[in-house]
Design a protein around this ligand. Structure first.
Ligand code: HEC
Ligand code: HEC
Length: 261
């Protein structure tokens, strides 16, 4: 699959900024910038909404966000009933679902079935408690694999950022309960800049079996809603968690009308 990373110029700029900062710090006798102790791309003066978006991306594919190598072996807690192996089994979404409902949600059947429970039960609980769960024996996440700063973001997302997707997507028909016309305005002004007006400017798969926004939105509306809200890990895509949930669902409703092939 084709991967679009942040343009090298952007990375070079931030590297330059860090170097200049370090140099200035030395000249002026200041402490090194705080950002050095954080994952790459950490916001200056981060807001809760940004932190939650970042947590949502970590839930999707944490190693892309922190620019680490994915584990190669299958996760020790991945059940024998599941069909996946290797790094895929380390994604939070692989065991707990795009709708956060595990076996009680869309992953209750099909090629992503694991039989595991979801994470809806930790909504609104103390993020510190969720941080502990991520580090428990079952999960086997060590700070060497994932920095604490990333675990904190995941915990904040799970406590304050997840929603009950069944309220917004009809499970049986997969149709978003949104206003397509309202969604079109957001799509044309924001998403189309990169994905084109028909969503076909970026093909997520290949020529033989193309996959566009329209394809994903129709087949997996839960994944699409998650990505509309928090962005796509490891690439320069916007996160629209700053909008209301109804705005986000309206966008989803419009993307379901875009061509799937
Ligand atoms: C390989 C499968 C697997 C992966 C990957 C995984 N988990 Fe879990 N998770 C589990 C199992 C198993 C439990 C315990 C379920 C139970 O108690 O029945 C669990 C439980 C949880 C719970 C507690 C849910 C509750 O209501 O008690 C949270 C929160 C959680 N996981 C978060 C995460 C996060 C965040 C990630 C990604 C960083 C993650 N998990 C990745 C298997 C996984
Ligand atoms: C700044 C550019 C940009 C904007 C704006 C943008 N995206 Fe993306 N989007 C990307 C890139 C790059 C990818 C990754 C493509 C890849 O992996 O091949 C992506 C991936 C996705 C995916 C993931 C598909 C998959 O299966 O992995 C979805 C869904 C998506 N975008 C929907 C949207 C929607 C809806 C909007 C508007 C709310 C939007 N994007 C706005 C750049 C953008």
């Amino acid at each position: 699959m084709k991967r679009l990373k942040a343009p090298p110029s952007m990375r070079a700029t931030s590297l330059l900024a860090t170097l200049v900062g370090l140099l200035l710090g030395t000249v002026l006798g200041l402490a090194p910038p705080e950002a050095a102790a954080q994952e790459e791309g950490h916001a200056h003066d981060p807001t809760n909404i940004w932190t939650i978006s970042r947590g949502g991306q970590l839930y999707d594919k944490w190693w892309e966000v922190i620019e680490a190598a994915p584990p190669k072996e299958t996760h020790p807690a991945y059940p024998a009933a599941g069909k996946k192996k290797g790094s895929a089994t380390w994604r939070c979404k692989e065991c707990h679902g795009w709708d956060y409902k595990g076996v009680e949600g869309a992953y209750g059947k099909g090629s992503h079935y694991t039989g595991l429970k979801g994470v809806r039960g930790v909504a609104d609980i103390d993020p510190g408690r969720i941080h502990q769960i991520i580090m428990d024996k079952t999960h086997a996440f060590t700070p060497a694999m994932m920095p604490h700063s990333a675990m904190e973001k995941l915990a904040l997302f799970l406590s304050l950022g997840q929603v009950d997707m069944d309220k917004y997507i009809d499970r049986a028909t997969r149709k978003a309960r949104g206003d397509r016309r309202r969604g079109a305005a957001f799509f044309q002004n924001i998403c189309a800049v990169c994905h084109g007006f028909n969503g076909k400017a970026i093909n997520f798969k290949d020529e033989k079996k193309p996959e566009y926004i329209g394809t994903v939105a129709q087949e997996n509306p839960w994944e699409t809603l998650h990505k509309i809200r928090f962005g796509q890990p490891g690439v320069g895509m916007v996160a629209l968690s700053v909008l209301s949930i109804q705005d986000q669902v309206d966008i989803l409703a419009y993307t379901q009308t875009l061509p799937a092939k």
